[in-house]
Design a protein around this ligand. Structure first.
Ligand code: BV8
Length: 251
């Protein structure tokens, strides 16, 4: 992938004039930080598993130890990762437009580490622990319980703890869902960045923006089948396209 990217002038102008920009990010924006996307083959021990099969309540019920091993491996990997120029550009964008709503499907917390403060974590956060019985978030130091038991337990009720993410087949938290849908309906420009747009209801957020008259652009080195229905499709890595976009905006 070259570092050259063409940013349509009409997109830069629309962003310059926007009252409200809504951004949806997926695993692709963290790829350049070394965090494997869901579509990428996993590494090592985890190469034999399909994340779509592991990220489910059924898999946790069946083998909580294995699921905790997977999430601990991801926590370690993400903790070593750093925000990349794509994350940093979005943090800069927040300071350049009147209102930016950042909705992320990612659970890695890299947008917050890049400086975005107002992030809607549509699928939760990798580093949160949640009581599997009561559903409440528990202070995550609990999962580092004395000698890290294979499956940490809730200090309040003794049930198993689980990572604070939304698994396949689980509902999106109401607040995240409603705030994301409202932002998509209200925004003037919608940027879909680094997502295959295959997972619902996240993938439907762009439709809400489009149906409410927003200008929609996708940034993805492999344009998705939805790109044809968007106003702009920028076939480039986020870490290349977003800094270029910000350079033009700030000019
Ligand atoms: C729900 C947290 C209902 C966990 C995740 C059939 C049809 C439609 C829908 C369904 C269906 N069957 C089932 C469903 C629903 C299901 C779903 O959508 N399944 C899919 C697989 C078909 N959805 C759900 O289950 C959701 N819940 O529907 O609940 C309900 C309602 C009421 C009551 C009860 C239930 C919950 C979904 C949430 C799942 N959790 N994550 C964890 O992380 O462990 S999803 C997980 O996978 C990620 O969070 C992310 O959302 C998704 C992967 O998608 P992407 O982010 O797009 O990543 P991907 O790897 O796919 O693509 C990366 C892209 O980046 C690529 O396009 C690539 O080209 C691009 N890229 C690569 N490098 C770069 C780049 N782009 C830019 N720059 C680069 N450098």
């Amino acid at each position: 992938m070259t570092d050259r990217v063409d940013i349509p002038g009409a997109l830069t102008s629309a962003l310059r004039d926007a009252r409200h920009v809504c951004v949806l990010t997926g695993a692709g924006i963290s790829a350049e930080s070394g965090v494997p996307t869901f579509r990428d083959a996993q590494e090592g021990l985890w190469a034999q598993y399909d994340p779509l099969q592991l990220a489910t309540p059924e898999a946790f019920e069946e083998n909580p130890t294995l699921i905790w091993q997977w999430y601990r491996w991801r926590r370690e990997l993400v903790a070593k990762a750093k925000p990349n120029p794509g994350h940093l550009a979005l943090a800069q964008l927040a300071g350049l437009v009147p209102r930016l709503t950042l909705v992320t499907q990612n659970v890695d917390g890299l947008h917050q580490r890049a400086g975005n403060t107002d992030v809607i974590e549509f699928h939760g956060n990798l580093f949160d622990d949640r009581c599997h019985a009561e559903g409440c978030i528990i202070d995550s130091s609990s999962s580092q319980q004395h000698g890290e038991p294979d499956v940490p337990t809730c200090p309040r009720c003794g049930a198993n703890l689980r990572p604070g993410v939304v698994w396949f087949g689980e509902a999106i938290p109401d607040v995240a869902l409603n705030e994301s849908f409202a932002a998509a309906a209200d925004c003037n420009v919608f940027l879909s960045i680094g997502t295959s747009s295959l997972v619902y209801p996240a993938a439907g957020i762009a439709d809400i923006a489009r149906e409410n008259g927003a200008i929609v652009a996708e940034i993805n080195p492999e344009p998705t089948m939805r790109a044809a229905s968007y106003d702009f499709s920028i076939a480039a890595n986020a870490g290349v396209a977003l800094p270029k976009l910000l350079e033009l905006l700030a000019a």
